[in-house]
Design a binder for this molecule. Structure first.
Ligand SMILES: *[C@@H]1O[C@H](CO)[C@@H](O)[C@H](O)[C@H]1NC(C)=O
Ligand SMILES: *[C@@H]1O[C@H](CO)[C@@H](O)[C@H](O)[C@H]1NC(C)=O
Length: 789
């Protein structure tokens, strides 16, 4: 037997003995080793509070020290710059180099450095420090002197010391943030460039650099749970401002989190099942406001930072942007589109502006316009092929280009941001985990909703409504409405046309697009920054004294922007003429689509229904003045080039309502879509639109009109038929001929229930549009929509 093999045998024997006897042996002997594997063998400190070994991280193994007695086995130290190793890798305690980590083939990956001397003993202390001693008890190496992202009680940091944040919560490689104890005695937090390690300007500084005598020289984490800086003259600057938590009952740590926030935590030693790490203090208080030049800010480029409940940064991509690395929520976002200056002349056709509140990307400006109106600011970004977003505050408009940096959302910002997005971006409706829910719906799919209440009755009432609509129109004049006063703002950016301009644009009102409640709509072509196809609505029902109100309403409509509303381009008010100029919608009306000879796919119908819901929710709840549409029907839903639903004619109802002789107007609710309260002396609320939406939703599901000829028999009235089918469990009858619906069955059922809830006779039972979209409540079975039999 050669010398080396007998030596190996000896080691194995010792190991076997050691493993067999106890795994909690803190007196490690030379030659001891640990192998990365799932059977969980580690070295423990005498009390068992800390373990040293390989912790499984995403199916790889990180050689680390962790708190072993708490369920989440919090890692407080690690090697190899946080790079996990594969199974079979081994760490060994050698005499001449201390700890040496090699992969399964023996290739060295890491060793305890710097190291000089010969090992005589090793102590894994109950403080969590792993110490290697030479002869005469000289400390050769210890983990406390080579910190990673965490400090523990009794640990100190000397001048020049650094903590690095991790990359993400579960990726331990060095991230973007540093805590540095500078040689001048200041303690600073800063972001850094990962490639060059160049430190950006600090976002927090504890200034203890006064003079040579009182300069800070050591950061201490005391056994009693205080973190402080000791000055050369002995005075102490506390970082722990709160009362310290007992160190006998609690574990402590200070960690520079991957998101750049330095936090002191405590955790009860007596594990109660739900105990977690609790923050004692943190710096900085609001990392989102951290301004660094250069660099991306607290979150990645193009991202928006806001503080969550525990005052940690919540990074989200704006709508139409998505995460560059889907696994790194705090990383950069990329636009889902590229804006090219080759097609700048049609910028207005290709792009849309999304209005964000209290959002800014400071320091990404390339142009400053002032004084300027808010609408002009918006437009200036839309038509500028460099502009990614414009921020408006006071009377100033800052144009910004990508990549945007230092994005933040905060109430104190008190401004508007106009974010440019590509029209019809198909990914907009499939937000990734990092997107901003405030700016958009969460799930475009199954989240129609809701509330539970009970009523009973049957369906004849709907018939009564229809008869009533026909016969009792004169009752309208007795009703009151609760429309809110119009906004007094007259600051709009819509163009005022002369009637001759519009005569020319429409070629003498040549091509008729359709006839709406208020007049005939013609196709036209106007030349503004570029040539735009428009729909010109000639209003023929307006009354003489409505002139002033017309202007007011135009202003309100002009300020109402949403991707599911038809945009007003301009208007004309000249003598008797009242015309409204809208953007032209290439795919016509929803009525043409769903009542046409070819049934659109379920996916398209689903997309359209949600678009309408979003547009209505915006009108009802997000405009400065709540707008009740009053005439929701498929003829008033237009479809753009991407089959996005665009609600038209909003804001007009009010204009017509001003006159008491409502029978004379288009606003008598269209047969089949009008809610029962129309015939009662009760106020009209947004729930009126919800009713109409419900009918429209059922029509869209079934691809048939709400009222058909009497020859349809039982099925003539859609809401009755749907209720019958629903009650009898025959929903399949409603969509019989759809092939692509089978996989979407759950959604169809939800839509049907939602539709029925919307047409409840009692307005208070109907959900709001917002509730439908948020999907916060389960959809329970609706009661029969009408209580009379
Ligand atoms: C280990 O930690 C204890 C405190 O828990 C300390 O008193 C002791 O000196 C440490 N041992 C060594 C060898 O440093
Ligand atoms: C951790 O992040 C770094 C930097 O982005 C990356 O190179 C590495 O692959 C990541 N590791 C894991 C395990 O995801």
């Amino acid at each position: 037997m050669s010398y080396s093999s007998s030596y190996m045998l000896y080691i194995i024997l010792i190991l076997l003995l050691y493993l067999g006897e106890s795994q909690r042996n803190s007196t490690l002997s030379l030659g001891s080793s640990l192998t990365a594997a799932d059977n969980d063998i580690s070295w423990y400190s005498p009390s068992g509070d800390f373990a040293f070994g390989f912790q499984n991280v995403n199916d790889q193994f990180l050689l680390s020290i962790w708190y072993d007695k708490i369920p989440d086995k919090t890692v407080v130290w690690f090697v190899n710059d946080g790079t996990a190793v594969s199974s079979g890798s081994k760490v060994q305690l050698t005499a001449d180099r201390g700890l040496v980590l090699g992969d399964f083939q023996g290739t060295e990956l890491w060793s305890s450095e710097p190291f000089s001397g010969t090992v005589s003993s090793v102590v894994f202390n109950d403080t969590g420090n792993f110490m290697i001693f030479g002869s005469n008890s000289t400390l050769l190496w210890d983990s406390f002197s080579n910190p990673t992202d965490t400090l523990l009680p009794t640990q100190t940091m000397e001048l020049g010391g650094t903590l690095f944040s991790r990359h993400t919560e579960t990726n331990f490689t060095k991230g973007r943030f540093q805590l540095r104890f500078l040689n001048n005695g200041n303690l600073v937090l800063n972001a850094r460039n990962i490639l060059t390690n160049n430190a950006y300007a600090s976002y927090y500084t504890k200034n203890t650099f006064d003079d040579a005598i009182s300069q800070g020289y050591q950061v201490r984490f005391t056994t009693t749970g205080y973190v402080n800086i000791v000055r050369r003259n002995g005075t102490i600057v506390e970082l722990t401002t709160n009362r310290a938590i007992s160190s006998t009952g609690y574990y402590h740590r200070v960690t520079l989190n991957f998101d750049g926030v330095l936090v002191q935590y405590y955790h009860p030693k007596a594990f109660t099942g739900t105990s977690v790490w609790t923050a004692v203090w943190q710096i900085p208080d609001n990392i989102c406001n951290n301004v660094e030049v250069p660099g991306s800010g607290a979150c990645g480029f193009n991202s928006v930072c806001s503080l969550d409940d525990s005052r940690r940064p919540d990074c989200r991509c704006p709508e139409s942007y998505s995460l560059l690395d889907p696994n790194d929520k705090h990383g950069s976002c990329k636009p889902n589109f590229t804006q090219s200056c080759d097609d700048y002349s049609c910028n207005e056709d290709l792009y849309d502006i999304l209005e964000l509140t209290d959002t800014d990307w400071p320091l990404s400006d390339y142009e400053e316009l002032k004084p300027i109106s808010v609408l002009e600011c918006r437009r200036q970004c839309l038509v500028d092929c460099f502009c990614a977003v414009a921020v408006y505050r006071g009377e100033t408009c800052w144009k910004k280009k990508v990549p945007l940096a230092n994005g933040r959302k905060d109430r104190s910002l008190n401004g508007k941001a106009f974010l440019k997005i590509r029209k019809g971006d198909p990914r907009r409706s499939n937000p990734s985990a990092g997107d901003i829910p405030n700016y958009q719906e969460k799930k475009d799919t199954s989240s129609l909703f809701l509330v539970g209440c009970v009523l009973l009755g049957s369906s004849v009432f709907v018939n009564l409504i229809l008869i009533a609509v026909a016969c009792f129109g004169f009752l309208y004049r007795k009703r009151t409405t609760n429309f809110q006063p119009a906004s007094s703002s007259v600051e709009t950016n819509v163009h005022r046309f002369t009637s001759s301009e519009l005569v020319e644009a429409t070629n003498g009102f040549e091509e008729e697009l359709g006839r709406g409640s208020f007049g005939i709509v013609y196709k036209g072509k106007i030349h503004m920054a570029s040539t735009v196809i428009v729909a010109v609505k000639k209003i023929d029902r307006l009354l003489q004294d409505g002139a002033k109100e017309f202007q007011t309403e135009v202003n309100v409509i002009a300020q109402t922007h949403h991707k599911n509303l038809v945009r007003l381009v301009g208007y004309c008010k000249e003598g008797e003429h009242r015309l409204l100029v809208y953007e032209y919608m290439v795919n016509g009306t929803l009525a043409e689509l769903i009542f046409g000879s070819v049934k659109p796919s379920w996916t398209v119908r689903n997309h359209i229904a949600l678009g309408i819901a979003k547009g209505l929710a915006y009108l009802h709840e997000e405009c400065s003045t709540s707008i009740i549409h009053c005439d929701i029907k498929p003829q008033n839903i237009l479809l753009d080039g991407y089959y996005n639903a665009r609600i038209s004619d909003f804001g007009l109802a009010k204009l017509m309502m001003l006159d008491q002789s409502r029978t004379n107007t288009g606003i008598k609710g269209t047969k089949g879509y009008v809610a029962p309260e129309w015939f009662r002396n009760t106020p009209i609320t947004v729930k009126f639109d919800v009713y109409s939406f419900g009918v429209l939703l059922l029509e869209t599901i079934c691809c048939r009109r709400s009222v058909e000829d009497p020859e349809f028999g039982d099925k003539a009235i859609l809401t009755d038929w749907v209720w019958d089918c629903f009650q009898e469990g025959r929903i399949v009858d409603l969509v019989k001929s759809d092939e692509d619906i089978l996989s979407e069955w759950g959604k169809v059922e939800i839509f049907v229930k939602v539709g029925l809830w919307c047409v409840e006779e009692d307005p208070s039972l109907r959900p709001t549009m917002r509730q439908m979209l948020e999907g916060v409540v389960n959809v329970s079975d609706p009661p029969c929509p009408s209580p009379f039999f």
